[in-house]
Design a protein around this ligand. Structure first.
Ligand code: GRF
Length: 216
């Protein structure tokens, strides 16, 4: 067996997805080495979760930098100290500059709370309810320069229940995220999933569509 993929997780807030990674690694279900947790927000609760789990933390505040470029350059310098193979964005509320994405080309994952390409952007749960959609869920995808538009890897979907609120729907989608994100990252870490020529490849075949798992 090779060495586990060194993975840095980037957060801005509560870090429930980060916790799902910590738990999956602890239980032996996920073969990644969580080498660092980075936040742009010193008050992010996820930093406490990381410290409790004995993972190195780093924090740089974007407000201390005049522009996105210089902030991203500082983040790159900080992250590279940990020599990560993979970056996992888990509620990291910053748009990444092209320079950042190029530096880690094909090595950044994001999770977006919608069945992409549906509903890029914010307020996805309310937008799904407003549209009367039958299905909602979350998507793990590779990050490219275009926001919420990189090639998809894995989607978890749930049926929208009659009369449920955006908050209730969000809670159910978050529970799905905690299942699919560690799984998809594990696929990338093991080499089952790769990014090449701007596409995701699953088991050596170009993935025209993400894998989709339906949850109750
Ligand atoms: C998740 O719902 C994810 O879809 C979005 O940000 C949220 C992060 O939540 N990108 P948490 O900080 O992991 O609890």
């Amino acid at each position: 067996m090779g060495k586990p993929c060194k993975t840095a997780i980037l957060i801005s807030g509560s870090g429930t997805n980060l916790q799902a990674f910590i738990d999956a690694v602890d239980s032996g279900d996920l073969d990644l080495e969580l080498c660092a947790v980075f936040s742009n927000n010193p008050d992010a609760f996820g930093l406490e979760r990381a410290e409790k789990a004995g993972i190195a933390t780093a924090c740089i505040q974007h407000a201390d930098y005049p522009d996105r470029e210089s902030f991203d350059q500082a983040v790159i310098a900080e992250l590279d100290r940990f020599e990560p193979d993979l970056l996992v964005l888990a509620g990291f509320m910053r748009i990444l500059s092209p320079r950042f994405v190029t530096h880690y080309a094909g090595r950044i994952l994001n999770i977006h709370p919608a069945l992409l390409p549906l509903y890029p952007g914010l307020n996805t749960h309310q937008r799904v309810l407003d549209a009367g959609d039958e299905w909602h869920g979350s998507t793990v995808h590779f990050v490219t320069e275009k926001l919420d538009a990189g090639p998809c890897i894995l989607q978890g979907r749930v049926a929208v229940l009659p009369g449920e609120s955006a908050q209730e729907l969000e809670k159910r989608v978050q529970a799905v995220e905690h299942r699919i994100y560690p799984q998809a990252a594990g696929w990338v870490g093991s080499g089952k999933v790769k990014f090449s020529k701007g596409e995701s490849w699953i088991d050596g075949a170009k993935a025209e569509m993400p894998r989709v798992v339906t949850f109750k």
